[in-house]
Design a protein around this ligand. Structure first.
Ligand code: F3S
Length: 83
């Protein structure tokens, strides 16, 4: 059972849970599912690979959930979310 506080990325003590998002371009094969699912966090560059949108390297709340879903959907596990 996930509490509302966990869903929105808040800890009961009131400290926000920030997580870092990374794309390993050595692993990325340009599947684009990440950028399709969460264009606010992932973008495709001219090299055909995904990158984290500038300023979205640290996320919480809905953005954190979106980053995790994209990480799960990536076929080569090129996305890591460090909490
Ligand atoms: Fe690359 Fe995975 Fe996104 S292969 S384009 S990081 S879904």
């Amino acid at each position: 059972m996930v509490s509302f506080m966990e869903v929105v990325g808040l800890r009961p003590d009131g400290c926000n849970t920030m997580a870092t998002v990374e794309v390993d371009q050595e692993l990325c094969v340009g599947d684009q599912v990440c950028a399709s699912m969460s264009p606010e966090i992932f973008e495709m560059h001219d090299d055909g690979l995904a990158y984290v949108v500038e300023g979205m390297e640290e996320v919480d709340g809905d953005d954190l959930e979106a980053a995790k879903e994209a990480a799960d959907a990536c076929p080569v596990d090129a996305i890591t979310v460090h909490e």
